[in-house]
Design a binder for this molecule. Structure first.
Ligand code: IPD
Ligand code: CA
Ligand code: CA
Length: 266
């Protein structure tokens, strides 16, 4: 598969940061048993990966702006382009030695996401997409799953936790979705969840209270794999609202409906 120059730049940045994260992940597994735990070490790994990505991308495309999880907004002279970056998505997994974490890089051009890369260094899985050019896992073209009945589907989600999200509302949603589907999964990296929907591993996904860097690349990935993505009200304000619902056309529609239902009687 021939990649564009732009996608190559993004892939190189993701792979270089990925090598750094993979080394640190090995060390985190050793630190698990220590009393202090690997907390500070993980924050450093996160910042280091972000530095690598920032350096690589600004060298290849000087002047582009950034929205990065750790640095926040970095203004650029180029008003058309903005990188949206999460250097480590799935921090809690990383901290606990669970190999489901990723790097997510998206490029926005005039407010539209035009390219996305999601890389899981622990599994060496590289997801790429370019607007109009399809989505790929390594060299394999991706297509969302074809299951149409909610009863056959496995759906990914993000579960709110201590200090995060609306626990009461979420429990109502969970009860409704669990009653209508074959299974629910909590992978722990929203970027990977979306890549898995693009790859047809998950039939659908929903979560709220997310940030733009968690989902920008994944939104494009799913669309380029033939899937549907919206916020919870069916609109396109995912980056602003932080809510997201995804799947193939039928699953996306059915999930939107199920998520609006009130608490079931029993
Ligand atoms: C988190 C992951 C997780 C999601 C959280 C995110 P982080 O990102 O994507 O799956 O449920 O809401 O904040 O903190 O690991 O970069
Ligand atoms: Ca994240
Ligand atoms: Ca992060």
């Amino acid at each position: 598969m021939a990649r564009s120059a732009l996608l190559n730049v993004m892939v190189q940045a993701a792979m270089k940061a990925g090598r750094s994260l993979a080394r640190d992940f090995g060390e985190v597994q050793n630190l698990q048993v220590s009393l202090k735990g690997p907390g500070d070490y993980v924050s450093q790994a996160d910042r280091k990966a972000e530095e690598v990505i920032h350096a690589e991308l600004s060298r290849a495309r000087p002047g582009y702006a950034f929205l990065m999880e750790e640095r926040g907004v970095v203004e650029g002279e180029d008003e058309q382009h903005r990188w949206i970056v999460d250097p480590l998505d799935g921090t809690t997994n990383f901290l606990h030695g669970l190999p489901m974490f990723s790097i997510s890089i998206a490029l926005e051009r005039q407010g539209q996401i035009v390219a996305g890369v999601i890389y899981n260094p622990a599994m060496d899985e590289l997801y790429t997409a370019e607007r109009g050019g399809g989505a790929f896992l390594n060299d394999r073209r991706l297509r969302v799953a074809g299951r149409n009945k909610l009863a056959d589907t496995v759906i990914g989600t993000g579960i709110p936790h201590l200090g995060r999200g609306h626990h009461g509302n979420y429990l109502i949603e969970l009860r409704n979705v669990m009653a209508e589907t074959a299974g629910i999964r909590r992978i722990g990296s929203a970027a990977l969840d979306l890549a898995y929907v693009a790859a047809g591993r998950l039939d659908g996904f929903w979560e709220e209270s997310l940030s733009p860097w968690d989902i920008a690349a994944g939104i494009l990935m799913i669309r380029e794999a033939g899937g549907f993505v919206s916020d919870k009200s069916g609109g396109q304000e995912m980056l602003d609202s932080g809510t997201i619902v995804a799947g193939n056309e039928a699953v996306h529609r059915a999930l939107l409906k199920t998520l609006k239902k009130p608490l079931p009687a029993k």
